[in-house]
Design a protein around this ligand. Structure first.
Ligand code: NDP
Length: 313
């Protein structure tokens, strides 16, 4: 016999754990399948200073530990497994865990998050792992570079938005764009071009991020002329897009053209009745721990109301 739960939560970042806290307190006895990176993107973050309730700031992994403990305090069953397949074709919905076990669920909350894309060069990854000034989130980490010189790679709306955000905090921002134009919207292009302390380097790619323990500079190459340029910076930001973690949901649920789960505006409802989505897997605009947590709360409330409407709670 397959295990049958009322509420299955897939993913264990701020969205998933917040959904679990609310669902557990509402007596839905949630089961969380924590996924391949339990705790999500915050597990690879250092200091978090913008999550309310931590006046002195907190390390990302420590905060996720607090989230987990709070979810467990109300009886959430957390399993360090991953979901390998889903079947939403009939109720109860079927989820395959670790490619072998089938779990049946009356409601499902998807909070599998998104993954930041990196350039993939050795020096970027080495300094990222050392927490040495390489970041994929200007809103999270820009503050640490107040009054300093930084670079940001990318030419889309995120890069443009983050470059103007950084320009307010930093002395100088180099924006590195691999083509000879920005992909960002016209309004964002104008903002970038008219911000005096942003220097746009079109047709440039990153050859190397310099520094041993922390970023001290970067080497860029003009792809048209071959000329190299070294700049002195202490922060290196990458804003070349995110990949929502929705591979297993393709063809099972409505996704937008970039693969994010579509939700009904103002709710966490997807096109599949009783399946809800929260956090970065359905949000390409805000991507903050606090907004993910907020939408996790919404998903649990939506799931509870759905079960009540079915006479199941
Ligand atoms: P995008 O995919 O739109 O842009 C990615 C950018 O990174 C492009 O300029 C791309 O260059 C560049 N890039 C990709 N790979 C590399 C690489 N290996 N090296 C150097 N550069 C690279 O991602 P965004 O995160 O900017 O935006 C995602 C979506 O979210 C978009 O639809 C965007 O409009 C939306 N968004 C909207 C906002 C708003 O409305 N306020 C704010 C933020 C995002 P190239 O152009 O050459 O491919």
């Amino acid at each position: 016999m397959s295990e049958h739960v009322k509420c299955l939560i897939i993913g264990s970042g701020p969205a998933g754990y917040t959904a679990a806290i609310y669902a557990a307190r509402a007596d839905l006895k949630p089961l969380v399948i924590a996924g391949v990176e339990p705790g999500g993107q915050l597990m690879t973050t250092t200091e978090v200073e913008n999550f309310p309730g931590y006046p002195k700031g907190i390390q990302g992994p420590e905060m996720m530990e607090d989230f987990r403990k709070q979810a467990e305090r109300f009886g959430t069953d957390i399993r360090y497994s991953f979901v390998s397949a889903v079947d939403f074709s009939s109720k109860p919905y079927k989820v395959t865990v670790d490619e072998k076990q089938t779990i049946l669920a009356d409601t499902i909350i998807i909070s599998t998050g998104a993954t930041a894309k990196w350039l993939g060069i050795e020096s970027e990854q080495r300094l990222r792992k050392l927490s040495g000034g390489v970041s994929a989130c200007a809103v999270c980490d820009g503050f640490f570079f107040k009054g300093q010189d930084v670079a940001i790679v990318g030419g889309g709306d995120t890069a443009a938005e983050e470059a103007t955000y950084l320009a307010k905090l930093c002395k100088k921002v180099y924006m590195i764009v691999r083509k000879d134009f920005l992909r960002a919207s016209k309004a964002m292009q104008r903002r970038v071009e008219t911000t005096p302390n942003i220097e746009l380097l079109y047709n440039h790619e990153t050859k190397e991020v310099l520094g041993e323990q922390g970023v001290s500079g970067a080497l860029f190459k003009n792809v048209k002329t071959g000329a190299e340029r070294k700049v002195d910076i202490t922060g290196f930001f990458v804003a070349i897009g995110h990949q929502p973690n929705t591979e297993i949901f393709k063809g099972k649920i409505d996704l937008d053209e970039q693969g994010y789960i579509k939700t009904v505006l103002g709710t966490t409802k997807t096109n599949v009745e009783g399946v809800f989505a929260c956090g970065d897997v359905q949000d390409k605009h805000y991507r903050q721990a606090v907004t993910a947590a907020g939408s996790g709360c919404m998903a649990a409330l939506d799931a509870e109301r759905y079960l009540s409407s079915q006479g199941n709670h």
